[in-house]
Design a protein around this ligand. Structure first.
Ligand code: GRG
Length: 303
């Protein structure tokens, strides 16, 4: 950021600071690889599974970008004395295996989006009609299952049991986070700890565990792998906090889905929890529920 401030007039520097442009070539390779990895035998399933891998509806590719940058950072190791000048260069094979983690992560992510839209009865995703809206709930669920299966096969091909366990556990975490959200009791609803735990499972676990997988594949120590995990965890939590703020401040066009969807579903996120700390009277408004749109407007006044 500091470099950006000093060189604001230089488009070259700005471009170098854009994390997505740093891995642009690999992201287009990933897009092609993903398209070939999600081809299904039965035509209906094939069109459902490829729905969010088509050009223009690929999403931000936040997770693959973080992972490819993490790989870049971790594959270059500081020489340890006595340095013999060889042995530290990252191999193409290593990079390919890390690209595979980025692909698996994106497939798990899209599978979770497909299931999430069914559970929420959402009609928009990534600026277009959700898959459940276009092909129905049943095919959307099956397409998500299919993507998870393809992700498992790709994971197995890495032949690294620790990495398999990490990413298989992420699927459990996604399901756990979603269940926590669905079954929140009135007491848990106002607990910041509960919100953070749910957010770790729902969003941060995928990013943190895949960052750790990148470090393990590069042959780093458990200590470095844990640091990569912590980095991914904090980034994932921050990502969700911003996503929650955007739900209040964004428009349907900027979000690619309806705004105010959390509060309308009665889901209490960080902006409300923080506002409640400052304005305890907000609790009575939240307790009334948000079936009545007027109550949504009253709650928004506090934010
Ligand atoms: C089948 C794996 C699986 C899970 C089932 C439904 C469910 C359990 C989990 C839902 C998890 C979920 C959707 C969490 C929200 C994570 C999140 C912030 C999504 C939005 O990510 P972006 O903004 O989306 O990166 P794009 O579209 O840009 O990829």
């Amino acid at each position: 950021i500091r470099r950006g401030i000093h060189h604001q007039s230089s488009p070259l520097v700005e471009e170098q600071l854009d994390p997505f442009s740093l891995v642009a070539d690999e992201l287009s390779l990933l897009a092609n690889r993903l398209r070939s990895m999600v081809i299904a035998e039965v035509p209906k399933l094939a069109s459902a599974a490829e729905y969010f891998f088509k050009l223009g509806v690929e999403g931000k590719r936040f997770r693959p970008t973080v992972l490819l940058l993490m790989a870049t950072a971790l594959n270059v190791r500081l020489p340890e004395p006595p340095f013999n000048g060889v042995g530290n260069a990252p191999t193409t094979e290593l990079r390919t295996r890390q690209q595979c983690i980025a692909e698996i992560t994106e497939m798990i992510h899209v599978a979770s989006l497909l299931h999430d839209d069914v559970l929420d009865d959402a009609d928009t995703r990534r600026g277009i009609s959700s898959l459940n809206c276009v092909m129905g709930n049943k095919l959307a669920v099956l397409a998500g299952d299919f993507l998870l299966s393809r992700a498992c096969v790709a994971l197995a091909s890495l032949k690294n049991t620790e990495v398999v366990t990490l990413l298989a556990t992420v699927v459990e975490h996604l399901v756990t986070g979603e269940t926590m959200q669905m079954t929140t009791t009135s007491e848990q609803r106002y607990s910041m700890d509960y919100y953070m735990q749910k957010t770790y499972y729902k969003t941060a676990s995928l990013i943190s565990n895949s960052c750790k997988a990148i470090a393990l594949l590069a042959g780093h120590t458990a200590e470095v792998a844990t640091t990569a995990f912590e980095y991914g965890k904090n980034l994932g939590l921050a990502f969700q906090l911003i996503d929650d703020v955007l739900d209040f401040t964004g428009t349907s066009t900027s979000l690619g889905k309806g705004s105010l969807s959390d509060i309308r579903h009665g889901i209490i996120t960080a902006p409300i929890l923080f506002a409640m700390e400052e304005f305890p009277q907000l609790r009575a408004v939240v307790d009334r529920g948000f079936d009545n749109p007027e109550n949504v407007d009253i709650a928004l006044e506090y934010l």
